[in-house]
Design a protein around this ligand. Structure first.
Ligand SMILES: [Zn+2]
Length: 166
C-alpha cells in the first residue's frame, strides 16, 4: 500500500472497520515515512459464511439473525443499538480476518460472548444460555454463581434460578 503523499510503501494500520454494508473493509493508515494519514477501502469479493449448527446442518450467516439474537439478550438493559452494531462489526471483522468459510454456531457464540461480557452481565448470561458454549454444565453454573455474587440485580438472580432448574 503506497502512501499517496510520499509514495513510500510502508504504512501502519490504525483502525479497521467494515464499510458499505459488509462489502469492504475501511482501514485508516499512517505512513511510516512522512506520518501522514490516509484511508483505504479493500473490497471483499464476497462475504459468504456458513454457520454449522450442533446438528451439523449448515445455514448462511446473516447479520440480521445475529442482531436479533443479541438484541433479545440485551432487551431492557443499558446496551444501546449502536453498541450492538459495533459488536457485530467487530465479530464480522474478526471472521473476515480469520478468512473462514464455515464457523460452528458455538464458535460464533463465543466471539459474541467475549464482547458481550464487557458490555453487560445480564445480556451476557442470557446470550450464553442460548448458545451454551460452556464445556460442561458445571462451568455454566460456576459462571452464574460468579455473576450472582457480583450483581444483586433481581432479573439476573431470577434468571439464575430458572437456569438452575434446567
Ligand atoms: Zn508518506
Amino acid at each position: 500500500m503506497y502512501c499517496p503523499f510520499c509514495n513510500q510503501k510502508d504504512s501502519r494500520v490504525l483502525e479497521s472497520r467494515i464499510a458499505d454494508e459488509n462489502s469492504s473493509i475501511r482501514r485508516r493508515r499512517e505512513c511510516e515515512s512522512c506520518r501522514k494519514r490516509f484511508t483505504t477501502y479493500e473490497r471483499i469479493e464476497s462475504f459468504q459464511l456458513l454457520v454449522v449448527k450442533s446438528s451439523g446442518a449448515r445455514e448462511p450467516y446473516t447479520r440480521e439473525k445475529l442482531r436479533a439474537g443479541i438484541s433479545t439478550a440485551c432487551r431492557k438493559t443499558t446496551v444501546t443499538a449502536q453498541q450492538i452494531d459495533e459488536l457485530i462489526e467487530s465479530v464480522e471483522l474478526e471472521l473476515q480476518v480469520l478468512g473462514k468459510r464455515e464457523i460452528a454456531s458455538s464458535q460464533l457464540g463465543k466471539l459474541v460472548l467475549g464482547r458481550l461480557s464487557a458490555l453487560h452481565d445480564v445480556a451476557y448470561v442470557r446470550f450464553a444460555s442460548v448458545y451454551r458454549q460452556f464445556q460442561s454444565i458445571d462451568d455454566f453454573v460456576q459462571e452464574l454463581q460468579r455473576l450472582a455474587g457480583e450483581d444483586a440485580n433481581e432479573e439476573s438472580s431470577a434468571l439464575s434460578d430458572k437456569l438452575r432448574i434446567i
